[in-house]
Design a binder for this molecule. Structure first.
Ligand SMILES: [Zn+2]
Length: 108
């Protein structure tokens, strides 16, 4: 899922190929491999996002993704993303959560 840092954690989440809780795997990978960039760069966070994550922990990640998602949807029409209230995963609006099948439409 994280092939040589081709795609950052944040981008993978936005592409729905990773979930917020996967951040642990990314951090683990960064610590155990010769990744030629900072952890912040590897995760694909801005300085502000990284500071928020360091300060608040993994709870900050869904918010970062939601902000990114809503920025994107301002440029194109959907996808907008919502956060699953049950597991915290990022869900494309109107889809079911892939982890617990909560439908995002009902989540707002
Ligand atoms: Zn869920």
């Amino acid at each position: 899922m994280y092939e040589k840092g081709d795609i950052s954690f944040i981008d993978a989440c936005l592409n729905q190929t990773a979930a917020p809780q996967d951040v642990e795997s990314y951090v683990e990978y960064w610590h155990t491999h010769e990744v030629n960039c900072t952890l912040r760069e590897y995760l694909g966070m801005s300085a502000e996002e990284y500071a928020s994550w360091v300060k608040r922990g993994d709870d900050a990640i869904p918010e970062i993704l939601q902000r990114r998602g809503s920025c994107e949807s301002a440029e194109r029409t959907p996808p907008a993303y919502v956060i699953c209230p049950t597991c915290g995963a990022l869900i494309r609006y109107g889809r079911r959560c892939q982890y617990c099948a909560v439908r995002a439409r009902n989540v707002r």
